[in-house]
Ligand binder design. Structure first.
Ligand SMILES: [Zn+2]
Length: 85
């Protein structure tokens, strides 16, 4: 049916131009550097920007962590001046 074709085309077009429609529903996901626990059963992780040290211990079990990436909603920048060097 022609109607179905039209719907399909619209979907394809929308996917093609994410720039103009991205801000609507989903928050933008950014690949964010995180430190996650090496223990596979411990799901804890911390954003690198919140980590107190370059190699932070696991916030839950205090075990070693691995540097990794996670797609997270972009953080609104807080006014946290002077603390970061
Ligand atoms: Zn852990």
């Amino acid at each position: 049916m022609d109607v179905e074709k039209q719907v399909l085309n619209e979907e394809l077009t929308q996917e093609g131009k994410t720039e103009s429609t991205a801000a609507e529903v989903k928050p933008e996901l950014k690949p964010t550097v995180i430190w996650r626990c090496k223990d596979a059963e411990c799901k804890a992780w911390v954003r690198e920007e919140f980590a107190p040290d370059p190699y932070p211990p696991c916030p839950l079990c205090k075990g070693p962590t691995l540097r990794s990436f996670k797609h997270l909603p972009a953080m609104p920048k807080k006014a946290k001046r002077g603390k970061k060097k």
